[in-house]
Design a protein. Structure first.
Length: 327
């Protein structure tokens, strides 16, 4: 048996969505220690599982690895299509568990495109591999334009910067009970519309924030400076998405962002991916105050939801096999 467990990720935004620049996308994000997806896998003659999405990924994995099948169970799951990277983490966990059940190497980065992952952002793949704060290089604009290549016909963008974040930092993650964010064909159509009219000047502004503010703050472990930088990048990304999602932040994320910006112990308030997840960063000494502010923000707006205080992931997916091999 193989057991694979991977943490969620936050997606702060992209470095560029304009066709006027040489590279498109370029994801920025953070791996979290929780919440997690966990799967267990054993060799089998066919693919067996109770979860339809896991079944689809397991069939792809079995074909890629040239194995007859796998018996796989979803022990822990991430909320789907809310901005926590559930699709990538499930796909790569299934791939890795299937491979390790047979004593094989999963070659995650190589196989991710065939699993349907890494087509735009490489953050989810990178955090599965190693956790941390990640910036990827994006894709050549000439290949992607408004239509990405056919499924699987890409390579996962390389990581250009990665840093472990201080262990006493805490990411506040608010998951409101609201409509799921965009995915699949709906996401593709929305991204195409955004890319077609994206202002290249915004990409130039983000480049300055990344190089002069974000990367130095991440390298030095300066929480407030890091928060200010990711907050600024998130708002600039929101300017690109405003027409597609009804504002700089989609409802009800925008209301929660506005409320949490008044909390003095939080910085870097933003929306992860298409939302509705909202996040902020604080430290362990102020985590309780941040959590209380998030609970109040939900209650004041008549929203149900979940509030999570997560440590930054200091490593990638945890892997265990019945020979007690762990990573």
């Amino acid at each position: 048996m193989a057991i694979v467990s991977a943490g969620a990720r936050l997606h702060v935004g992209f470095q560029n969505l304009s066709l006027a620049r040489e590279r498109l996308y370029g994801g920025i994000g953070v791996g979290l220690a929780e919440p997690r997806v966990t799967v267990t896998a054993e060799p089998a003659e066919t693919v067996t599982t109770d979860d339809p999405l896991v079944r689809a990924y397991a069939r792809r994995a079995a074909d890629l690895l040239a194995v007859p099948g796998v018996s796989i169970a979803l022990e822990e799951s991430l909320p789907r299509h809310v901005g926590l990277g559930s699709g990538t983490q499930i796909a790569l966990a299934v791939l890795t568990a299937t491979a390790r059940a047979y004593g094989l190497e999963p070659h995650v980065r190589e196989h991710a495109p065939a699993m349907g992952r890494g087509g735009r952002s490489g953050v989810g793949v990178a955090t599965f591999e190693g956790g941390g704060f990640v910036v990827d290089a994006g894709h050549p604009t000439t290949r992607f334009t408004t239509e990405p290549p056919s499924e699987g016909d890409w390579t996962v963008p390389p990581v250009v910067a990665r840093h472990d974040l201080p262990a006493d930092w805490r990411f506040l993650v608010v998951v409101p009970d609201a409509a799921s964010g965009r995915s699949g064909d709906d996401e593709d159509a929305s991204m195409r519309a955004v890319v077609e009219r994206a202002d290249p000047a915004v990409a130039d502004e983000i480049a300055g924030v990344v190089t002069r503010k974000l990367l130095p703050a991440a390298a030095a472990g300066r929480l407030e400076a890091f928060g200010e930088a990711i907050g600024e990048i998130g708002r600039k990304n929101g300017a690109w998405y405003a027409d597609a999602q009804g504002g700089v932040f989609r409802p009800p994320a925008g209301e929660l962002v506005e409320a949490l910006e008044d909390c003095p112990v939080l910085s870097g308030i933003g929306q992860s991916s298409w939302g509705p997840v909202v996040y902020g960063v604080t430290d362990v000494c102020h985590a309780d105050e941040a959590e209380a502010a998030a609970e109040a923000a939900l209650a004041d707006r008549g929203l149900e939801g979940r509030v999570i205080l997560a440590e930054p992931a200091d490593g990638g997916a945890r892997i265990e096999t019945n020979d007690d091999h762990r990573e």
